[in-house]
Structures are given as C-alpha cells and as structure tokens.
Design a protein around this ligand. Structure first.
Ligand SMILES: NC(=O)c1ccc[n+]([C@@H]2O[C@H](COP(=O)([O-])OP(=O)(O)OC[C@H]3O[C@@H](n4cnc5c(N)ncnc54)[C@H](O)[C@@H]3O)[C@@H](O)[C@H]2O)c1
Length: 389
C-alpha cells in the first residue's frame, strides 16, 4: 500500500480516487468546499451514473482533506486532475491549476511521483520538469467518457504511461494492480503521451463532424442517412461505432482539445484539423436553419444534457442551438427534469412532459428517446441510433 493524494475531485479525479481507494491509502482534495462536504456525507458529488454506483459500492469511505499540505508531505504518489479549460486569450488550455498544484507539492515533498491526468498542451510536462527542476512528473492521459467515468478508468482500452524510463515500471505496476481487466500498456515519453491524448480526442471530434456532414448532404438530397451510415460502417476499416448524427460535437473535452492540438501544430502543415471546429460550427448553423425553415411558434427544447445517457449539461451543443434560436427571437420552452427551477436562462422549464408537448409547436432534441416517441410528428432531431458510443 502506498499513500496517494488526488487533487481535483471532478470526473477524472473522483474516478481515479475510487479506482485506487481500498487498494491504497487514498486522500482526496478539491478546492470546492461543497464537494468535500458531500463526499464526507457519503454523497457522490457528481451525477455520473458510473461514478455514483462506484462511490456507493466503494471498498472504503473516501478520505478528503480541507488542506492538502500534510497529505502531500507523506504522499508517495500525487495525481493531479484539475481543470485545463480552453482560454481564448492565450489560444490554449489554461494549465495554471496544474502548475500551482505542482508548486505547492514541491514545497513540502521532493520525492513523490507526480502524475498529471489533466489534458495538457504538447510539451507541458517537459516544461514543468525543467521549470521545477524535478524529474518525477509523469503524464498519464485519462480517456474516460462522462457517463461511464468509473468503468472506463477501471477497464480502459489502453493505458498510456508518459514518464521517464526509470519511473515507468513503478507506474505500470501501480495501475496494473488496480485495473479491472488487462489492457495494452504503452510506455512513452510525456510529450508522446500528450500527443496521443490530443490526437485521440481530435479523431473522435473529426469522426462526429464527418458523419454530421454526411447527414447534411443526405438531408439536402432526401437520402436516408441511416442506410448510408450503416452501409459505410460495414466496411471493417471504418466500423459502426461513434457515427450517430447529432447537432454537433460538444462537452468539456472535444472542442477544447482539438483547438489545442491545432494550436500545437503552429507552422507545421495542417488543413484537416483546423477545419473540424469550423465543420462543427457550420453543422450547428445548418441545424438552426432547418429549424427556422419550419417557422415554429414555440420551440420546445427536449433535454439540455450533453449526450445520450448523460446527466451532464456542461457545454452541451443544445445550448449553442438555443443561443442561435434566441438571436432569431424564437420563443423557447424547456423540458429538463434535472432543472428544478421554473426558468432557465429566461426560458420556462416545463417538466410535465404532456404539458410540454402540448405547448411546443416543434420539439427539438439532440438526442431523442422513448419518452418523446409520442410526439413524433412534432419532433426535430437528427438522432438515428440513440447512442453516443
Ligand atoms: N471529463 C472528461 O470526460 C475528461 C476525460 C479525460 C480527461 N479529462 C481532463 O481531465 C481534467 C479534469 O477534467 P474533469 O472533467 O475531471 O473536470 P471537473 O471540472 O469535473 O473537475 C475538476 C475539479 O478540480 C477542482 N479544482 C479546480 N482547481 C483546483 C485546484 N487548484 N486544486 C484542487 N482542486 C481544484 C474543481 O473544483 C473540480 O472539482 C481536464 O484537463 C480534462 O480535460 C476530462
């Protein structure tokens, strides 16, 4: 057993804390007082189904601290999972919370291994190693999906360990001992690991944009997108996953990571990557133009969540659609059971589904489901397969 401190208890940090909890002495820290208080009351602070389940079944109660300094002093491993939001002012991910955490750790402990799981711009880990004159900083990208955050951490498709050669065996055995199933382990430099994470997310964004563009053309020509996508996906080189048309890719990670990777290319020739964000913006505009063609009196927004099966509304594409509809002075109402208030951003929330259906002249759903089936004739969606996998 080793002493592990997890800094930042969001999707990534909490999944990692639960992953190691029970196998090691785990202590969690988050700047958010409310999150710490909830965890102490044994309430999962996030509504992600897989995290809630793991939290409730956790081998032991997760220990959280109000001040991490003492825990840093005795830690063998410190995992950083703080946010790296996109900052428009410096055209890249804001790494300040990761940087300040490393600074705080090194004030009291110069022997622990620091593992960064937050997504970073290319070359950041090496810069930290140089800046802090401390070699034991590794980058181990996290590939979890919100909605299955814990199960993805427990049973990842692969583990990429970006660390100096001396530390790779220790890190490999640390993760291997807690994994729920064997998976390929790829040992790389930190910079390669950073690139793997950014390229993986950019590929996913590109794939969504690709099938959405297919759907644009199919819609404009009266073609059946469903048949096109199924037939194309039967080519084993293409495959059938991650191909469900949507209003656009969204959420916390894909939009920011692709912008970061494009930025990292700098002067290196690239056309494809910079067009993915543009393609997504055009998709959203096209969706709104299709909605406006129907001249709806009242548009009912069915769910504000980011994707199928998710309880997360963070940076969901539907909010971009709403913004554009607002600009055109469209009257909006919302059905979103996760919102308990009567209004959301100035729009009425109607969580009685029958009343919502009756009041909306058009129902706009990025993802549709069985509940809204009865309003089929009013429904505007491009969702075919009812999944985001
Ligand atoms: N959400 C995902 O699907 C996902 C997947 C893979 C990687 N990532 C990456 O992991 C990182 C974290 O993402 P997330 O989704 O867990 O974010 P999140 O917003 O859910 O959680 C981050 C947590 O860190 C806390 N925090 C902020 N600053 C802090 C500080 N200085 N010290 C301690 N706690 C602090 C916040 O209060 C929050 O609880 C990001 O870099 C993200 O790109 C996210």
């Amino acid at each position: 057993m080793v002493n592990i401190v997890i800094v930042g208890l969001g999707y990534v940090g909490l999944a990692n804390a639960l992953f190691f909890n029970g196998h090691h002495n785990v202590v969690g820290y988050d700047v958010d007082d409310k999150k710490r208080a909830l965890i102490r009351q044994n309430i999962c602070p996030l509504s992600d189904a897989s995290l809630v389940d793991a939290f409730n079944k956790s081998l032991s109660t997760l220990n959280v601290v109000d001040n991490p300094e003492t825990s840093y002093q005795t830690a063998n491993i410190i995992i950083i999972a703080t946010p790296t939001d996109y900052s428009t002012s410096n055209c890249g991910l804001d790494i300040s919370s990761v940087e300040s955490t490393i600074k705080d750790i090194l004030k009291v402990n110069q022997t622990a291994e620091i593992i960064i799981r937050s997504t970073l711009p290319l070359g950041t880990t090496d810069k930290f190693i140089e800046q802090f004159k401390f070699k034991r900083i590794a980058f181990i990208p996290e590939f979890l999906r919100e909605g299955s955050a814990f199960s993805d951490t427990l049973r990842p498709d692969r583990l990429v360990i970006g660390a100096c050669e001396e530390d790779q065996p220790l890190l490999k055995s640390l993760f291997l001992n807690s994994l729920g199933k064997a998976c390929p382990i790829i040992l790389t430099t930190p910079k390669e690991a950073e690139a793997i994470k950014l390229f993986a997310n950019s590929y996913l964004a590109m794939r969504i944009a690709f099938f959405n563009e297919l759907d644009n053309l199919a819609n404009a020509n009266g073609l059946n997108s469903n048949k096109l996508i199924e037939a194309i996906g039967l080519d084993s080189r293409i495959g059938n996953g991650y191909n469900n048309p949507s209003f656009g890719f969204s959420g916390y990670c894909l939009p920011k990571d692709i912008k970061q990777l494009t930025h990292d290319f700098g002067e290196v020739p690239h056309v494809l990557l910079s067009s993915i964000t543009k393609s997504n913006e055009e998709r959203i505009n096209y969706i709104v133009s299709l909605i406006m063609e129907k001249h709806p009196q009242v548009v009912g927004i069915y769910r504000l969540t980011m994707k199928a099966g998710s309880d997360n509304m963070r940076q969901a594409v539907i909010s971009e659609v709403m913004k554009l509809l607002e600009k055109q002075n469209v009257n909006l109402i919302i059905y979103e059971p996760l919102i308990k208030e009567t209004h959301y951003q100035g729009h009425k929330v109607i969580n009685d589904l029958q009343v919502f259906i009756a009041q909306a002249s058009l129902i706009v759903a990025n993802r549709s489901d069985d509940l809204i089936k009865s309003a089929k004739e009013k429904l505007f969606t491009r969702d075919i397969f009812h999944t985001d996998k």
